[in-house]
Ligand binder design. Structure first.
Ligand code: HEM
Length: 683
């Protein structure tokens, strides 16, 4: 029988062999096309948790690498606008910043060859099926139902709703009173010690404002919901109450942790340093330690630890809530939605059972998901009841006056479920049910789609709005132009989204073995002149990145182009920052220059909303919303960077550099950006 050390050795050797086998498989899927060769894939759950590491063998670019490296640190360095990443999990991934390749891949002819890899989106399926996570007939049906809502009527309503939201924000947050007073209290100084002047107002983190605005926009214009600016903080209070020692479950959780710790710590100590234990009188320790340490008793020990946690959970679920406890009914939908969006990536990275752990973060996650679901269900039910009461026919629904919200998204979804949700068109092929095609939406799909419109229409726009305000504060010359004319706002918003694309990577998958042609040298980029060195560590050393070479006989390079075989199942990510910072398509890509959108630009190289038939359905919604918000806000307030010293001066270069410090989760999220709003004096 092997001892534990031998078990460890042979186990590790088997794991390494298996990992190598999977890695070779990944490499062969992309014909060993040059790129990064890693132990852990950045697209894996482990990759999500690991920090960037420069060590040989353990080199890892980090989960946020598309944003951190952009074009210069990735494609330019590897001298190719398409790069492969192969790792020990057996996954082959191509990243591309190559516009002709993207255009070909997303063309009408290629939609069957490069569909959307819907399993990459399973994080978005918790609340039900929706159009983002579907392909084929199911996607067509859901898009057909959702798309008509994005009509002229909705955009007119959106414009007015944005005006109201800005007005409510100013009223609720008492902007007029605050900017009218003479500041003389310490609370009116910024972190840098600058004393606010009359007419000024500090917003410590501008994303807090834009998140609420964007949610208000989709809630009102998209779903005809009531949305009030002020939200309760009941959610955080409820989470804190979970750590309250006066509740029984708290003690059970402690016991669970103690038990687990004892199991993890005492057993190995006893195993390797048993003399320690023999010094204690044997009759007290021998029997319990023998029992504790025996392999037979191990499942029992673990079961005990798990039972403590389980009991604690049962207690929290079934015990009567006290005032101090969290009450899900009190959560505002925007809090739940925000938390769901924030935690979705983590939820994807961890196994389902971990969600049950009585850890505050997990509990918060569970509560956010469940309360969002019940809120969306309530919304749909309410609208169904309304629809039944009025018994409106199709014509009345779409011709109603704007303020009735009769042609909004929710109505489209509910209508589709009630009129023909269960209808199946007989005699056609390719449907969900054999020989038939479903026309409407199921209840589960209504909830799933409501959630997806909220999610897609919320954070993306909110984050880009926050950066737009920050950039206008950092480049006041463009702000003045923007307020003069509405049309001038649009280039600023577009340039922001080019520099800070909220969606970092847009995936496709090769649905069959296929050969692809990509550009492999970066003629325009000075940074790419330096050949990659082995010190870079990341680069697969087998390959030359030179102009003409044959890659293992399976790839052929002619001029600047390489054609190589890609196997079915390979994921291809359109790398948004890679394209937007590619000097091949953008002059001085790092510079904020809204006027480039007025001078004429390569539209194919602007891909924040995706490309082709799966491109963003809410693009126009987001554009109208952004312009409306900027116009209504900047009309009465100018926006400025918060001073970095008590005398009011600002280190503009440092502030601009700080904008790039973003975190990457589902969308690119700005770090704290403090801004000062100054009331405009109108003549
Ligand atoms: C700055 C704002 C936004 C950005 C950057 C953005 C970006 C994107 C991207 C990159 C995709 C995936 C495209 C693809 O797979 O090729 C997408 C899909 C989608 N977006 Fe947006 N989006 C934004 C705002 C919105 C808004 C406001 C809504 C809704 C009101 C929305 C609804 C959707 C929907 C429903 C899809 C799925 C379309 C489909 O698969 O057919 N988005 N968006």
């Amino acid at each position: 029988m092997w001892n534990p050390t031998e078990w460890l050795l042979y186990g590790t050797a088997t794991l390494l062999l298996f990992t190598y086998w999977r890695y070779r498989k990944a490499v062969s899927m992309v014909s060993d096309f040059p790129g990064l060769r890693l132990l852990v894939s950045p697209m894996s759950p482990l990759g999500f948790l690991l920090p960037a590491m420069p060590y040989p063998l353990l080199t890892y670019p980090g989960f946020s690498f598309p944003w951190v490296l952009k074009h210069k640190g990735f494609f330019a360095k590897l001298k190719s606008d398409t790069v492969s990443i192969c790792a020990g999990d057996g996954r082959a991934i191509l990243f591309t910043a190559d516009v002709p390749f993207i255009t070909r891949m997303t063309s009408y002819m290629s939609r069957e060859v490069f569909p959307k890899p819907v399993e990459e989106y399973k994080v978005l399926s918790y609340l039900g099926s929706n159009l983002v996570i579907c392909e084929g007939e199911s996607w067509r049906r859901q898009r057909r139902i959702g798309a008509p809502a994005f009509s002229k009527g909705m955009f007119e309503r959106l414009w007015l709703d944005m005006r109201d939201i800005v007005r409510e924000m100013v009223e609720e947050e008492k902007w007029m009173e605050r900017t009218s007073q003479d500041y003389d209290t310490p609370s009116s100084t910024t972190n840098s010690g600058y004393q606010l002047k009359q007419g000024e107002l500090l917003v410590p983190n501008v994303v807090d404002l834009t998140l609420r605005m964007a949610l208000g926009a989709i809630a009102r214009a998209g779903f005809g919901m009531d949305f009030d600016w002020e939200a309760e903080s009941s959610f955080t209070r409820g989470c804190d109450a979970f750590g309250n020692p006066r509740r029984w479950h708290w003690w059970l959780v402690c016991l669970g942790w103690l038990w687990t710790a004892a199991d993890v710590v005492i057993t190995p100590i006893h195993h390797f340093y048993s003399p320690l234990f023999t010094t204690i009188p044997t009759f007290i320790t021998a029997v319990p330690i023998y029992l504790w340490n025996s392999w037979i008793a191990a499942p029992l020990r673990w079961a005990c630890g798990v039972t403590f946690f389980f009991l604690a959970e049962l207690w929290t679920v079934f015990s009567r809530p006290t005032d101090a406890d969290f009450n899900p009914r009190k959560i505002k939908v925007h809090e739940a939605l925000h938390l769901v969006a924030k935690d979705s990536t983590i939820r994807l990275a961890i196994p389902a059972w971990m969600m049950l752990l009585p850890i505050r973060r997990m509990r918060r996650m569970r509560l956010a998901f469940s309360s969002l679901e019940s809120e969306l269900r309530r919304l749909a039910e309410e609208r169904k009841a309304h629809y039944l009461r009025e018994s409106l026919d199709q014509e009345q629904l779409t011709d109603g006056p704007i303020k009735d919200h009769r042609s909004d998204l929710l109505n489209n979804l509910v209508k589709a479920s009630m009129k023909d949700g269960a209808d199946l068109e007989k005699g056609q092929t390719g449907g969900l049910v054999s020989g038939a095609i479903q026309k409407g939406l199921t209840d589960e799909e209504i909830i799933g789609n409501t959630y997806i419109y909220f999610l897609a229409g919320h954070e993306t726009t909110a984050h880009s709005l926050a950066w737009t305000l920050a950039l206008l504060a950092a480049y006041p010359e463009y702000q003045d132009a923007a307020v003069e004319e509405i049309n001038n706002v649009w280039p600023s918003a577009s340039e922001t989204i080019r520099l800070f694309p909220p969606v970092q990577m847009i995936p496709k998958v090769a649905a069959q073995d296929v050969s692809v042609t990509v550009q492999t040298s970066n003629v325009n980029n000075a940074a790419s002149a330096a050949p990659p060195t082995s010190e870079d560590g990341l680069i697969s050393e087998k390959k030359s990145y030179g102009a003409v070479s044959k890659v293992d006989g399976s790839a052929e390079e002619v001029g600047n182009q390489t054609t190589f075989a890609v196997k079915k199942g390979t994921i291809i990510f359109m790398h948004t920052p890679g394209v937007h910072y590619n000097p091949r398509y953008w002059d001085k890509p790092e510079v904020f220059d809204p006027n480039r959108f007025l001078r004429g630009y390569n539209k194919d190289a602007f891909i924040p909303f995706g490309v082709g038939h799966r491109a963003c359905l809410g693009r126009k919604f987001s554009e109208v919303e952004s312009v409306a918000m900027l116009v209504h806000l900047l009309r009465n307030y100018s926006v400025h960077l918060a001073p970095t010293s008590p005398d009011g001066s600002v280190d503009v270069a440092a502030a601009r550099a700080k904008f790039s410090e973003a975190t990457v989760s589902i969308t690119l999220t700005p770090k704290e950006i403090p801004l000062i709003f100054r009331r405009r004096v109108h003549s």
